[in-house]
Design a protein around this ligand. Structure first.
Ligand code: ZN
Length: 85
């Protein structure tokens, strides 16, 4: 019984670790998508350059680029809040 409990605790630690790694990768992914969305390059979703963003066939907002921009700004704002002063 005690061994089962110990193993369960270890499994829970593993899950927690993996969950934290997923979170880290999600944050990194958001950051990279934000950088791409902010860049002058073509949209990775619709192919339009930044200056034509408003003409996206998915609409604006609506294109994934808009979502990435908005998401990145929210993430950046949260990161700034968390920064020690
Ligand atoms: Zn687009």
């Amino acid at each position: 019984m005690n061994e089962d409990f110990k193993e369960l605790r270890e499994r829970m630690q593993d899950i927690k670790q993996l969950w934290m790694q997923v979170k880290e990768l999600e944050d990194e992914n958001d950051k990279l998508r934000f950088i791409l969305a902010k860049g002058e390059g073509e949209c990775v979703y619709c192919g339009l350059p930044k200056k034509d963003m408003a003409r996206c066939i998915y609409g604006f907002p609506g294109c994934g680029r808009a979502d990435d921009l908005q998401n990145g700004e929210t993430t950046a704002a949260h990161a700034a809040e968390r920064k020690p002063k």
